[in-house]
Write a protein that binds this ligand. Structure first.
Ligand code: ADP
Ligand code: MG
Length: 247
């Protein structure tokens, strides 16, 4: 509609792909649990950024997505909030058993970035617990730390895993972790992961998925290399490109 196009234009959101859900104008428009709104507010996050306006409804719609937005544009929440919501829905419908999970997986190029994302996920899932929602367990699977503790945490049952490719590949190859119930895959800073030479490791990781998954690929740039990679990893993706105007 005219209004949807006008909002996208004002925010510098450019879409490619059919049947894209409309952007949200505010966090209140999402069927977020009330605790999320409180937690956003306590972090002084009032208005969604452009990538959040369009990225959150696409993520919640179940469609694959390529999100292109520069550093500092708020990509983390655009995928973290939908990952937590999906996990809360799964856990409410059928509480997991020991050894199950993850339901959602986020792969990033560096340990530091993995830690930052885990902190954001924990902050919002703890806010949900305070409002009586089930506990969402998140495990960091990164190199440079003993593997035993990570392995035990995963084997106790986990909703969300945030990982770097090397350690994740190890855990999967050794059958310490499986992705049989994993339905959401987030690739953050995908351009950096390919630049660092992780393409083969990522393809190995993809081979562990069973059934259908939703893939959200985030990148600051969209060189040919990423476009080709995305073709092999995503199905009928919606491309959301946020220019400087909306960042
Ligand atoms: P990116 O991954 O796109 O580089 P981040 O998700 O790390 O960006 O967010 C950058 C900073 O902006 C963080 O400090 C985050 O808390 C803040 N931020 C995210 N969303 C919003 C928002 N809607 N309003 C204000 N600040 C935000
Ligand atoms: Mg980021």
């Amino acid at each position: 509609s005219y209004e949807i196009d006008a909002l996208r234009k004002r925010k510098g959101i450019v879409i490619d792909g059919c049947e894209c859900p409309p952007p949200i104008g505010s966090f209140l428009e999402m069927k977020f649990p009330g605790c999320f709104l409180k937690a956003l507010d306590s972090r002084s996050i009032i208005m969604p950024t452009a990538i959040q306006m369009q990225g959150i409804p696409v993520a919640l719609s179940g469609r694959d997505m390529i999100g292109i937005a520069s550093t500092g544009s708020g990509k983390t929440l655009a995928f973290a909030l939908p990952m937590i919501m999906f996990s809360l829905e799964q856990e409410t419908a059928l509480p997991f058993k020991r050894g199950e999970g993850p339901y959602a997986l986020c792969i990033v190029p560096s340990r530091e970035l993995a830690r930052q994302i885990e902190e954001v996920i924990n902050y919002f899932s703890e806010s949900a617990v305070k409002q009586g929602h089930p506990t969402i367990k998140t495990v960091l699977c990164i190199g440079g730390e003993p593997v035993g503790q990570q392995a035990r945490a995963v084997q106790n049952g986990v909703h969300i895993v945030v990982a770097t490719p090397g350690r994740l590949g190890d855990l999967l190859n050794k059958k310490i972790m499986n992705l049989e119930l994993c339905r959401i895959l987030v690739l953050d800073e995908a351009d950096r992961m390919l630049d660092m030479g992780f393409e083969e490791e990522l393809k190995n990781i993809f081979s562990f998925f069973k059934d259908q998954r939703q893939t959200l690929l985030y990148s600051a740039t969209m060189p040919t290399k990423i476009q080709q990679f995305a073709k092999s990893a995503l199905v009928r993706p919606i491309v959301v490109n946020v220019g400087r105007a909306g960042a």
